[in-house]
Design a binder for this molecule. Structure first.
Ligand SMILES: C[S@@+](CC[C@H](N)C(=O)[O-])C[C@H]1O[C@@H](n2cnc3c(N)ncnc32)[C@H](O)[C@@H]1O
Length: 322
């Protein structure tokens, strides 16, 4: 995508994108060893390194079947005559979100594309992509999706009428579902639709944790590679911890009953006050059975599903169940 380097770009900063919030996340990291997912996307360099991981390892760029499910969802949305904008949650580069924007009727809508992301760079990149699609107003919002309720309240002041399509693509591996789904549901108005994807593991027989074998045999390699190591280590470089922690290691484990690829790094220096182990990253894997169950449990009415033939990614369309 060509960047409009010379133009000034407006960006809205929520309180959770400001220094004090981010300092608190870093302090928590050093006290508990838990790294908040957003900390891997904050600087321009981290965003570029993530884009590289995305381009080299995301199945979207290797196999057209992955784009196909998003195209089919967009087609379904256009057939529904949804009149409103798109609120993109964690859009990254915005490739999938823009397909949805093309599918909604935007005549007379106020702001038609809102990108909410922890990374200013990625929020802007997705807005620039959306600007290439239509002539309507777009809005880049930088903030932490863990405070989505408050962010959506502020965004509401700028939006126009119509039902909106919320997109939550590629973020369910990194954000624990409980908080994410409850805040999306609370932020949705009557008529709004949620298009949400999950990276899936294929469920085997007699597995204690559904999908665990597939994560070990297929998914792990998408993370255990040089590009991902470089991206995750960038946080250590920026925080002056590069020499304190050894190699990034990847393993398969479980988080809240779901299987996950988990990355950590162990302390190798004698510097006092640093946690022995930094839990750098996790990527959750649901199955084609467990994820829609989770959506229903969180008060969504699931009315459409598109799953890749390989069974590794799906997108669901939902409305609020009440
Ligand atoms: C794996 S990428 C997915 C990007 C894109 N939607 C896709 O499917 O390719 C995760 C995105 O969520 C954003 N993100 C991660 N944690 C976040 C948080 N706590 N708050 C806001 N954005 C977050 C990242 O900056 C990144 O853009």
């Amino acid at each position: 995508m060509e960047l409009t380097m010379s133009a000034l770009q407006p960006v809205f900063f929520h309180g959770t994108a400001r220094g004090p919030h981010r300092d608190a996340l870093l302090r928590r990291m050093l006290q508990t060893g838990e790294v908040h997912p957003s900390l891997h996307y904050l600087s321009g360099r981290q965003a570029s390194l993530w884009m590289r991981v995305h381009e080299v390892h995301a199945p979207l760029f290797q196999d057209h079947a992955f784009v196909g499910i998003f195209e089919r969802v967009a087609k379904r949305l256009s057939g529904m005559g949804v009149f409103g904008g798109v609120v993109a949650l964690g859009p990254g580069g915005g490739e999938k979100e823009v397909l949805m924007l093309e599918a909604v009727d935007r005549s007379g809508v106020g702001v038609e594309f809102v990108a909410i992301d922890a990374s200013a760079e990625l929020a802007l990149m997705s807005v620039e992509r959306a600007d290439q699609v239509g002539g309507g107003r777009t809005m880049a919002v930088v903030g932490d999706l863990e405070e989505l309720g408050g962010i959506l309240e502020s965004v509401g002041e700028y939006e126009g009428r119509g039902a909106r399509v919320f997109t939550a693509f590629g973020i369910t591996p990194n954000l624990l579902p409980e908080g994410l789904l409850s805040s999306i549901r609370l932020g949705m108005r009557d008529g709004d639709i949620l298009a949400i994807s999950a990276n899936l593991a294929r469920e085997g027989v007699d597995e204690e944790v559904p999908g665990m074998r597939d994560v070990r045999e297929v998914v792990l390699a998408q993370y255990d590679n040089e590009e991902t190591r470089q991206w995750l280590r960038r946080l250590l470089v920026e925080e002056g911890l590069e020499v304190d922690y050894g190699d990034v290691r990847f393993e398969v484990g479980q988080i809240e009953g779901n299987c996950a690829v988990i990355a950590d790094a162990c302390l190798v220096s004698r510097r006092a006050g640093l946690p022995e182990r930094l839990k750098l990253f996790f990527s959750l894997r649901f199955t084609a059975r467990t994820f829609p169950e989770l959506l229903r449990r969180h008060g969504f009415n699931v009315f459409s599903a598109e799953v890749t033939t390989c069974g590794h990614e799906a997108v669901w369309l939902c409305s609020r169940a009440d």
